[in-house]
Design a protein. Sequence first.
Length: 115
Amino acid sequence: QVQLVESGGGLVQAGGSLRLSCAASGFIFSINAMGWFRQAPGKQRELVATITNGGTTDYADSVSGRFTISRDNAKNTVYLQMNSLKPEDTAVYYCKTTWRAMNYWGKGTLVTVSE
Protein backbone atom coordinates (compact mmCIF):
# COMPACT_ATOMS: atom_id res chain seq x y z
CA GLN A 1 0.00 0.00 0.00
CA VAL A 2 1.03 3.60 -0.49
CA GLN A 3 2.96 5.03 2.44
CA LEU A 4 4.42 8.48 2.95
CA VAL A 5 6.58 9.15 5.99
CA GLU A 6 7.74 12.67 6.77
CA SER A 7 10.70 13.55 8.95
CA GLY A 8 12.99 16.46 9.73
CA GLY A 9 10.69 18.80 11.60
CA GLY A 10 11.65 20.51 14.82
CA LEU A 11 12.13 23.79 16.64
CA VAL A 12 14.20 26.48 14.95
CA GLN A 13 14.76 30.18 15.48
CA ALA A 14 13.54 32.72 12.96
CA GLY A 15 16.03 33.03 10.12
CA GLY A 16 17.13 29.43 10.48
CA SER A 17 16.81 26.46 8.16
CA LEU A 18 15.37 22.96 8.16
CA ARG A 19 15.20 20.19 5.59
CA LEU A 20 12.16 17.97 5.54
CA SER A 21 12.14 14.52 3.96
CA CYS A 22 9.28 12.35 2.78
CA ALA A 23 10.05 8.68 2.18
CA ALA A 24 7.58 7.07 -0.21
CA SER A 25 6.67 3.46 -0.91
CA GLY A 26 3.92 1.38 -2.47
CA PHE A 27 3.80 3.10 -5.86
CA ILE A 28 6.06 4.01 -8.76
CA PHE A 29 7.64 7.09 -7.25
CA SER A 30 9.61 8.17 -10.31
CA ILE A 31 6.53 8.74 -12.47
CA ASN A 32 4.47 10.57 -9.85
CA ALA A 33 4.17 14.21 -8.91
CA MET A 34 4.68 15.00 -5.24
CA GLY A 35 3.63 17.87 -3.04
CA TRP A 36 4.25 19.47 0.34
CA PHE A 37 1.38 21.05 2.24
CA ARG A 38 1.15 22.63 5.66
CA GLN A 39 -1.49 23.33 8.26
CA ALA A 40 -1.02 25.96 10.93
CA PRO A 41 -3.08 25.92 14.15
CA GLY A 42 -6.61 27.09 13.46
CA LYS A 43 -6.04 27.38 9.72
CA GLN A 44 -6.82 25.32 6.66
CA ARG A 45 -4.25 23.09 5.05
CA GLU A 46 -2.45 24.92 2.25
CA LEU A 47 -0.20 24.03 -0.64
CA VAL A 48 3.48 24.83 -0.13
CA ALA A 49 5.27 23.33 -3.14
CA THR A 50 4.93 20.71 -5.85
CA ILE A 51 7.32 18.84 -8.09
CA THR A 52 6.41 16.88 -11.21
CA ASN A 53 7.95 13.59 -12.27
CA GLY A 54 10.13 15.63 -14.64
CA GLY A 55 11.34 17.93 -11.90
CA THR A 56 9.24 21.01 -12.66
CA THR A 57 8.54 22.89 -9.45
CA ASP A 58 5.94 25.34 -8.23
CA TYR A 59 5.66 27.28 -4.99
CA ALA A 60 3.18 29.22 -2.93
CA ASP A 61 3.92 32.94 -3.05
CA SER A 62 4.53 32.94 0.71
CA VAL A 63 7.52 30.59 0.42
CA SER A 64 8.87 31.36 -3.06
CA GLY A 65 12.56 32.24 -2.89
CA ARG A 66 12.95 30.69 0.57
CA PHE A 67 11.89 27.05 0.13
CA THR A 68 13.14 24.52 -2.41
CA ILE A 69 11.43 21.23 -3.26
CA SER A 70 13.49 18.44 -4.78
CA ARG A 71 13.33 14.71 -5.31
CA ASP A 72 15.67 11.72 -5.39
CA ASN A 73 14.06 8.98 -7.44
CA ALA A 74 16.77 6.50 -6.48
CA LYS A 75 15.77 6.92 -2.83
CA ASN A 76 12.02 7.36 -3.40
CA THR A 77 12.25 10.54 -1.37
CA VAL A 78 11.08 14.11 -1.80
CA TYR A 79 12.65 16.95 0.15
CA LEU A 80 11.71 20.44 1.24
CA GLN A 81 14.63 22.72 2.04
CA MET A 82 13.36 25.63 4.10
CA ASN A 83 15.56 28.69 4.57
CA SER A 84 15.00 32.07 6.18
CA LEU A 85 12.22 30.60 8.27
CA LYS A 86 9.64 32.90 9.81
CA PRO A 87 7.31 32.39 12.78
CA GLU A 88 4.40 32.27 10.32
CA ASP A 89 5.94 29.13 8.80
CA THR A 90 5.04 27.28 12.00
CA ALA A 91 2.79 24.37 10.99
CA VAL A 92 2.51 20.65 10.54
CA TYR A 93 4.01 19.83 7.15
CA TYR A 94 2.51 17.02 5.09
CA CYS A 95 3.66 15.12 2.05
CA LYS A 96 1.05 14.21 -0.55
CA THR A 97 0.72 12.23 -3.74
CA THR A 98 -2.06 11.02 -5.99
CA TRP A 99 -1.92 7.43 -7.21
CA ARG A 100 -4.60 5.70 -9.25
CA ALA A 101 -7.00 8.59 -8.64
CA MET A 102 -6.61 8.44 -4.85
CA ASN A 103 -4.92 11.03 -2.66
CA TYR A 104 -2.43 9.85 -0.06
CA TRP A 105 -1.04 11.86 2.83
CA GLY A 106 1.66 11.28 5.36
CA LYS A 107 1.06 11.85 9.06
CA GLY A 108 3.02 15.08 9.02
CA THR A 109 6.00 16.58 10.78
CA LEU A 110 5.80 19.62 13.05
CA VAL A 111 7.88 22.70 12.31
CA THR A 112 7.98 25.38 14.98
CA VAL A 113 9.73 28.67 14.30
CA SER A 114 10.40 30.85 17.32
CA GLU A 115 10.88 34.63 17.34
